[in-house]
Every structure is written in C-alpha cells, then in structure tokens.
Design a protein around this ligand. Structure first.
Ligand code: MN
Length: 494
C-alpha cells in the first residue's frame, strides 16, 4: 500500500501565546513558528503535510481554531506549542470541544542557550520550558489523552516521533471513516469473533454491515473471461505459479475481481468471509482475500470484523513502510525447551505484504469446509521483530492486547502449503502466552513488521480504549493486577 492515502491530509500547527507580550514579541513568535513548520515540512520526514496556523492569543481564537479543526475534513490533528506563556484557562473551552487528536510538541526555537548574549528579552521570548508546563497542566486537569514529544525540532528523533504520531492520526482518521463488509455472519458458536457493532461504531467509527454471500456471487457473475485472463497474466508476472491447476487459480481471480467491484461500489475498505457460509461459491476465497489484503483492504476470517478493521488501520498507518501487515492466527506450538515458539499461519489468508520472497501460488485441498481445492499464496516471513495485536470486546469496552514477537527461522515445512511465520513472543512463550490468555486475547491477530508497540499504544489513547502490553517487562502477577485495575478504571469512566 503506497502513501497516496496521506496526500490530502493535514496536521495543523497551533502556537499559543497572549497579548501581554506586545506586538514586537508576538511578531517574532509568529515568524519562529512559521520557520519551524517550514523546517519540519522540508525535512521530508513527515508523511502528512504540516499547516501553519496564526498564533492564538485569546480564548475565542483558541475556541475557534478547535471548532475549525473539528469540521475540517482534511485536518486529522493538531500540534500545539507554547513558545511563550499562554495562560491555560484560555484553553479550557477550546480543548473541551476539540474532537481531533493532538500532539504537544515541547520544543524551543533555539537549541542552545546563547551564554554570552542571553538577556531578559531573550528570556521573555523563549519560554516553552514554563509555557508548555502551564499548557500540560490544563490538558491533564481536563483528563485529555495526548502525545507529548520533547526535544529540539531539528533533531531527527523528534521528527521521527512526530512522523510516527502523524501515521497514527491517519489511522484514527481511517477508523472514523471505515466501512467493513461482512460476507455472511461469523463462524457458528465462536465467541471471540463476536462483539457489539453499535459500540464499535460509537467508539471506533466503524460501519459494519452484512451482505449475503449471494451478493458476492452476483458480482462475480458480471466478471468476464477477458478480465480473469488479464488478472491471471498479472499473477504469472508477479508470483511463482506452482503446478497446473490453472482453472482453480482463475476461479480465485474471478472472486478477486467480483469482490473488489462489490467492495468499491459500497466504499468498503475491509471485509470478512466465513468458510461455513460459502453458498454459491466453489472455493473458499483464499488467494482472492490475500490479493485484496496486498492492495490494502483489511481482512478477517470466520467473520472476524474486529481483526479485519484493525488490519486495515494498521495498513494505513504503515503505508509506504517496509514490513507490511497481515491478518494472522496463532496456530501450533513448538514446545521444545530449547526454543518454545509459535507457528503462526491461517488456513489460507495471510497477506503477501509480509512475505520474505516472491510468493508461490499453489492449489491444495483444504480438508475443511467441503469445497474445491483453493489456490493460495505460500511463503515465509522474514526474520526479525514484529508486533502482534488483538482487539476484543470486553462487554462495555474494547481492549487491545499487544505483544512484540521475534520471527525466527523454521525448519523446512515441505507438506504445509500455507503462508507462515515462526516466532517467539516477548518475554517468552510461557509468560507471553499466559498473559495473552489471561487478557482474553484472540487467536486471530493483526501482525506487522513495519509498526511497533508505540503506534498501537497511541492509537488506543486517541480512541480512549484499553491498551494492555505484554513485553519483556511483563510479570504475570503484575499483569493480573493491571487487568483488575483497568476493570475499575474503565468502569469508572463509563
Ligand atoms: Mn481462524
């Protein structure tokens, strides 16, 4: 997925001050802010355009810029900075209505203290060390979630923190506009793939609608042989086709085209399928779902709309980055005490954006679902660090469970024709899996080697949903306490 999705988006840069300083200083404040915005934009590190806004000096100006941000379609968040002191009671009305995320950039125009020249004029202009603390107090007093980034604005580390947060803000924007198509319902009797779709729309913004599989079949009926042949040529060009089951592969091409037409017609950016609900289809959508994920659509198997939405959002956050993102499932364990690890895969539907090499297209019987042998991609995942995330419905709130993992080299798997990854969860399988299970984490996840924990943590803070991390510092005793404390905290918030 490329970065064109960020093209129209904007982050507004808002500098706070007050009239006490006089025209001369305020002019300097405005000039410095513009220099910072221009400098950050021209550094080419930020995925989203930063837009300079005039300094806000009164409660009305603050309120108005917040209202304007709320109603602007392209504005996906604010960066705030108090170059001088901005008495923060002025911010209460504006921040109370602001419905876009914000990053508090705690920076300073100059990097160094000019030891020999510093005088009181300099001190009266460069006041973020105390102005930003006043602003921080009111944000905390109002219980507002926000990101705080500290450091000089020219530093690479600061710029990459801003860039990372911008990608999360773009993910939030995607979330608030996301439509998810469910082809059929979820797998019968399965609990974790269920959830409150009204609550999900209220909190996450997702519009989740069901369509009969017949609607998909009808869309596939409009696909011509010429369209299928052209797509098959594309497959031949981009992947290694193994074997001679051309008809089975072409059937997946037909599903892909019919499904894409249907999704695009209704503006769906994510979808689910269910192998128990394939009436009128000859194969479970395998290669078709994998190809659509590669093009940026979110996907969840067995009706799992929560993971489908999360895959889509993580794809948006990681647009243009190396490492990809896929629907995933913890499948089978390797419990050898030398290296306890998880073999993660799915029946078919893993996205080739996480493939180490050019994927194979293979056709094999599924052994479940009673349909024709479906074509699917088969590949391994590169070695290295990744992050696994699961979204569950706790009843009254959403919880996201996040666990970094280390992808390691599997033995050869000559008889396993699916895309797969072998990994060790942090801190190890024993604690990692126990904590995951205690937190209620699903067997389905969204997995990425492009993103890290911070993206997902920031995303949950923007949404105000629960975030639990399992990592190298996790101890089961403390983790159980955290889950209990969170129950109290979120119940207080309701
Ligand atoms: Mn599954």
């Amino acid at each position: 997925m490329d970065t064109s999705i960020f093209k129209e988006l904007e982050i507004w840069f808002v500098t706070g001050s007050q009239h006490l300083y006089g025209e001369e200083t305020l002019k300097q404040v405005a000039e410095n802010s513009q220099t910072i915005v221009n400098g950050l934009n021209s550094a080419q590190k930020l995925p989203v355009k930063l837009v300079y806004k005039p300094t806000v000096k009164t409660p009305d100006e603050i309120y108005n810029i917040c209202l304007e941000a709320n109603t602007s379609k392209n504005c996906i968040g604010l960066i705030t900075w108090m170059h001088t002191f901005s008495p923060a009671k002025m911010w209460i009305s504006g921040l109370s209505v602001l419905n876009k995320p914000f990053l508090h950039l705690h920076t300073q125009f100059n990097r160094d203290i000019p030891w020999n020249d510093i005088d009181m004029d300099f001190m009266n202009l460069n006041q973020s060390a105390h102005g930003d603390r006043e602003f921080g107090f009111i944000c905390t007093r109002l219980r507002l979630n926000r990101k705080v980034v500290v450091g000089h604005w020219k530093e690479e580390g600061v710029q990459s923190k801003i860039a990372q947060w911008m990608r999360v803000a773009a993910g939030l924007n995607e979330s608030k506009n996301l439509k998810i198509c469910r082809f059929g319902d979820n797998m019968r009797d399965v609990a974790v793939t269920e959830g409150d779709k009204v609550e999900a729309q209220k909190v996450l913004g997702w519009r989740i609608n069901g369509h009969g599989v017949g609607d998909l079949v009808a869309s596939m009926d409009t696909v011509t042989d010429a369209e299928v042949d052209a797509l098959y040529q594309e497959y031949k060009k981009n992947y290694n086709i193994i074997g001679n089951d051309v008809a089975n592969i072409k059937y997946q091409a037909k599903i892909e085209i019919g499904m894409k037409k249907f999704l695009d017609q209704y503006g769906y950016k994510a979808f689910t399928t269910n192998f128990e609900d394939l009436y009128g289809l000859e194969q479970l959508p395998g290669l078709a779902s994998q190809r659509l994920m590669e093009q940026g659509y979110g996907f969840g198997a067995e009706g799992d709309w929560k993971q489908s939405g999360l895959v889509r959002i993580m794809k948006v956050m990681s647009a243009g980055m190396k490492g990809g993102c896929s629907f995933m499932e913890d499948y089978t364990y390797h419990l050898d005490p030398k290296q306890p690890s998880v073999l993660s895969a799915h029946m078919l539907e893993i996205c080739p954006s996480i493939a180490a090499d050019k994927p194979n297209i293979e056709v094999h019987p599924l052994g479940i679902g009673g349909k024709d042998a479906p074509a699917r991609f088969v590949f391994n995942v590169p070695l290295g660090r990744g992050v696994n995330a699961s979204l569950i419905d706790m009843g009254g709130r959403m919880r996201m469970i996040v666990n970094p993992v280390e992808v390691v080299k599997p033995e050869d798997l000559p008889k396993l024709p699916v895309a797969r990854a072998l990994w060790i969860p942090e801190p190890n399988l024993e604690i990692g899996a126990a904590a995951w299970i205690l937190a209620g984490g699903a067997h389905h996840t969204s997995f990425s080697m492009a993103l890290d924990v911070e993206y997902l943590e920031d995303f949950t803070e923007m949404l105000g949903i629960e975030f639990v991390l399992i990592d190298k510092d996790t101890s089961i005793r403390e983790f159980k306490k955290e889950l209990r404390f969170n129950d109290v905290y979120f119940n207080l918030k309701i």
